[in-house]
Design a protein around this ligand. Structure first.
Ligand code: SAM
Length: 289
């Protein structure tokens, strides 16, 4: 955050907000089906904003505004924040908590039903920052990975177990199709672990913040579709060799599959889970030729 911006915005950002009281006063009841576990810890909220790399030039997309605590923290540092919230019962709460956050707007609809291409047209380059509802974590992240053309980074709070899968290395039990999909777009790191005690209501598991930076570490493929098909095939049956999985998925004879692996420099007995994502890209490119 720049010093000038901090000076201009600190007064209302630090004004102190009793979210529990505001929610109570508005008769709000938490809905488990929407994954409503809210954050209020100022230090943690500021840390998430920092992890997301938000500056006064950044347009931010938030999925799930909740009571607006993260929205406020983002608004204090960003150029613009567009937040989605499925639960219309939060409208009066957000009207109160986002008072003074002129650069933030909340759209009350299901994010999975919004047209991402149109939203990107409107936002230009943007980053995603969110404490994601746990029941749609992976589909939301995969949407940005696969369709987010103007998305520069995704920084999200997710269950710790899911975070481990997002950043896993090949050859580990957490490594899978989602890891390989994310790795193609950029580098993924866990920026912090977060105790369940910091959420209200308290969930049964701990969480972690993962940053997926699409501006570094990714790699190009000739066909994204083919890369996805190879990755899907590689993990379709973890007990089978990659050769067998590829034969099934791409209708290859054993000789064709063996030749493909040889050209890619992959051992014939290898299992998909032992290959780094770049090797899936090499196989996909060979299959695209
Ligand atoms: N950002 C707030 C915070 O950190 O305290 C709330 C986070 S809470 C884990 C997730 C929020 O996402 C809830 O407010 C929930 O109602 C909202 N939500 C759930 N499903 C959604 C969807 N499909 N589209 C938009 N918002 C959704």
């Amino acid at each position: 955050m720049s010093k000038t911006l901090a000076k201009r915005r600190e007064p209302w950002y630090n004004a102190g907000m009793d979210y529990a009281e505001i929610l109570r006063r508005n008769g709000f009841g938490f809905k488990k089906k929407f994954g409503q576990n809210f954050l209020t810890d100022e230090n943690l909220l500021r840390a998430i904003v920092r992890d997301a790399g938000v500056t006064e030039q950044t347009a931010v997309l938030e999925i799930g505004a909740g009571a607006g605590a993260l929205t406020r923290a983002l608004s204090a540092c960003a150029k613009r924040v567009v937040a989605f919230e499925i639960d219309k019962d939060l409208r009066p709460v957000l009207e109160e908590t986002l008072t003074g956050c002129g650069n933030a707007e909340v759209r009350f609809c299901d994010f999975s039903k919004c047209a991402l291409a149109a939203l990107e047209e409107e936002l230009g380059d943007y980053v995603v920052a969110a404490n994601l509802p746990y029941y749609i974590t992976t589909p939301v992240v995969m949407r940005f990975v696969e369709e987010g053309r103007r998305c520069r980074a995704v920084t999200v709070m997710v269950q710790e177990e899911v975070a481990r899968r997002f950043v896993a290395k090949e050859g580990t039990p957490d490594y899978g199709a989602v890891t390989a999909a994310i790795a193609r777009r950029g580098s993924a790191t866990i920026t912090r672990k977060v105790s369940r005690e910091l959420f209200h209501p308290r969930p049964n598991v701990d969480s972690a913040v993962v940053k997926m930076d699409f501006t570094q570490g990714g790699f190009a493929v000739k066909s994204e579709k083919k890369y996805r098909e190879v990755v899907r095939a590689a993990f379709s049956n973890r007990r089978k060799t990659l050769e067998n999985n590829l034969m099934g998925a791409f209708r290859l004879t054993r000789e064709e599959a063996a030749s493909l692996l040889a050209r890619a420099g992959v051992d014939r007995g290898a299992r998909g889970e032992t290959l780094p994502p770049q090797m899936f890209a090499r196989l996909a490119d060979l299959l695209t030729e």
